[in-house]
Design a protein around this ligand. Structure first.
Ligand code: URA
Length: 231
């Protein structure tokens, strides 16, 4: 692959801009300064740097963000800044998009990718990719709420019961809820239908991937690929 193509594919602007970055001596590849935009390189598993800032090469980007409250997942946010503003420009240029949505006041694990088929696999209800939420409840609860959530609750606009894949009380006002569908405000509506109310909501796992304890809110990290989520 030509070095110019590498930068272009990773979101560093139009081809002309990528050529100028390289010819201007601002790029190193695998630790070696290269100023020929047509230099042939094999980027798989390697890194490059632009103005000293290192970037791993990924044909498709799969990233995990610890979403803070106060951000919208929509690509056209209305009332709050969008989560995409928390990403560096090359990832936005690559058109990385959130996989599903978290509400503005929900925190925790958000997966983003520019891999369309992966997006589809991760959100398709038939795939049953499990999502785990830490739910802080308004009212003290007992095991009965877990039983109701596991048995299934009726939500407005649905014609069959919606059941949790897992529900475990972890405190008087806290439960861990696992679901594998992604209906609108699903956790809040399920908890309300089970007779309580969500005070705070944090997603802690998506498929096999758990939110790392050392990833601060508002920060993101690369995943090595879909297998980190799907196994
Ligand atoms: N369910 C909700 O109610 N809100 C979220 O943000 C995610 C799941």
């Amino acid at each position: 692959m030509r070095l110019e193509q590498v930068l272009f594919s990773q979101g560093f602007g139009a081809r002309r801009e990528c050529r100028a970055l390289i010819a201007g001596g601002r790029v190193t590849f695998d630790g070696v300064p290269l100023d020929d935009p047509d230099a042939q390189v094999d980027p798989v598993g390697k890194s490059f740097a632009v103005d000293g800032c290192a970037w791993p090469y990924f044909e498709k980007a799969v990233i995990a963000m610890n979403k803070p409250a106060g951000y919208e997942c929509s690509t056209k946010p209305k009332f709050h800044p969008g989560v995409l503003t928390l990403l560096p420009p090359p990832l936005r240029v690559r058109n990385v998009q959130p996989v599903g949505r978290l509400d503005e006041d929900t925190t925790g694990l958000l997966i983003l990718t520019d891999d369309g088929p992966l997006q589809h696999r991760l959100i398709h209800p038939k795939r049953h990719v499990k999502k785990v939420y830490r739910v802080t409840l308004k009212h003290a609860a007992d095991e009965g709420i877990c039983a109701r959530l596991l048995a299934g609750v009726m939500l407005a606009d649905e014609n069959e019961l919606v059941a949790a894949d897992g529900a475990e009380l972890t405190g008087e006002t806290e439960l861990m809820l696992t679901i594998s569908t992604g209906k609108y405000h699903q956790v809040k509506r399920m908890v309300a239908a089970a007779g309580n109310r969500v005070e705070r909501l944090q997603r802690v796992a998506f498929g096999r991937f758990s939110l790392p304890a050392d990833l601060p809110e508002g920060k993101w990290m690369w995943l090595s690929g879909p297998s980190e989520i799907l196994g």
